[in-house]
Design a protein around this ligand. Structure first.
Ligand code: CAA
Length: 336
């Protein structure tokens, strides 16, 4: 099997479980080129951005700045972080009193600097991780602007789950210092980060992103810049096939989920997972792939064919867990 040159084997990858036929050959002779990262800026205080900022500060002990366009978005991000840390404190500090648990939560939330000023956010940054809306033009606008404001040495990374990193990096003059850093929802719990390299990503950039993922307590895996990388390349067609199975009347939503949990050992069925990911996100990824990746032959048209069951729910604002009582494929009454 031909290994793409961008998947250059690394010393730091030796602990991962890549199959021998791919990248194991020269693990022992490769050296990590990671450079020291101290200050990290996360753009986007939604579920993903907040989760990444939280783990960078809590587990990675980095100096973290979280930036978004409004104070409301930032305070929403802080709420997400507080709730998640409280959950962690309840488990890991079960023997401590409520006051100590609250102090732990507060110390981490307070350690994350927040700002709506993008220039201030990147003034002293070593790494920018972007987790804003999945829109290539908006991401390019942000990175194009930051390219002129961030220190020259700073690495840029996108947490995009479905867009081309190569495309987004085009907006900057630092394509060698640009890569993908794809975390998973819920970030504090999911152990994986996909580190993505383009043809231009330097070894130093790739290794640095890899090291950051490890310092966050995550297991990084390497992937070339390709649609959906590893996880979404497999998960998106899987969720669409589950939806089509129900559309064809072959089984109910509940039974498909039960089947995949009990028959395949998945922690969630495909409809529960779609509700977690967000039906709008799922629809958006598939639409983007239909428009850009089907004609290149990277994704088959059948795999991401538009689904009326999905689109109807999106139109009704039933977007999944985030829509609360309205739900998506399931409903989520308050407190659930
Ligand atoms: N913050 C901190 N901890 C959290 C958390 C959060 N936001 N969410 C869950 N947890 C922790 C819980 O505290 C609990 O911890 P312990 O094991 O220490 O008890 C653990 O996770 C399990 O949580 P629960 O007991 O509440 O619930 P569960 O057992 O049903 O697990 C789940 C929930 C972790 C979400 C699990 O169902 C799961 O792994 N589901 C699959 C999720 C998945 O596939 N995510 C990827 C989505 S695709 C994606 O993200 C890519 C994209 O770009 C679209």
């Amino acid at each position: 099997m031909n290994v793409p040159s961008v998947l250059r084997p690394l010393a730091s990858m030796a602990t991962t479980s890549m199959p021998p036929s791919t990248a194991v050959r020269s693990f022992t002779t490769s050296v990590s080129h990671a450079k020291e990262i101290k200050n990290i800026t996360v753009f986007g205080a939604g579920l993903m951005g907040a989760g990444i900022a939280q783990v960078l500060a809590h587990k990675g002990k980095y100096n973290v700045t979280l930036s978004d366009v409004t104070d409301k978005a930032l305070s929403n991000g802080q709420t997400i972080i507080s709730k998640s840390l409280s959950r962690i404190a309840r488990k890991s500090m079960a023997d401590s009193g409520a006051e100590e648990q609250e102090a732990f939560v507060k110390s981490i939330v307070d350690s994350i600097k927040v700002t709506t000023d993008p220039v201030e956010a990147v003034e002293q940054t070593d790494l920018v991780i972007e987790a804003i809306i999945e829109n290539v033009a908006i991401k390019k606008d942000l990175f194009g602007f930051l390219d002129t404001k961030a220190p020259d040495h700073a690495i840029f990374a996108s947490n995009t789950s479905s867009l081309s990193i190569t495309d987004v990096a085009e907006a900057t003059k630092r394509k060698d210092r640009f890569g993908g850093f794809h975390a998973f929802n819920p970030v504090p719990q999911m152990k994986l980060v996909e580190v993505i390299r383009t043809n231009d990503t330097s070894d130093e950039t790739f290794d640095s992103l890899y090291e950051v993922a490890k310092r966050m307590g995550k297991t990084p895996v390497a992937c070339v810049d390709s649609p959906g990388f590893i996880v979404n390349r497999l998960l998106v067609p899987y969720m669409f096939e589950a939806i089509r199975l129900v559309e064809r009347g072959e089984a109910s939503i509940q039974d498909v989920d039960t089947a995949m949990k009990l028959g395949a050992g998945y922690p969630m069925g495909p409809f529960e997972l779609a509700d977690l990911v967000g039906l709008d996100t799922l629809s958006h990824i598939a639409k983007g792939w239909r428009e850009t990746r089907v004609k290149t032959g990277e994704i088959s048209a059948e795999a991401v064919k538009e689904s009326s069951l999905l689109e109807e729910r999106v139109k009704e604002g039933r977007l999944g867990k985030k829509s609360g009582a309205k739900g998506g494929f399931y409903e989520y009454p308050a407190g659930k």
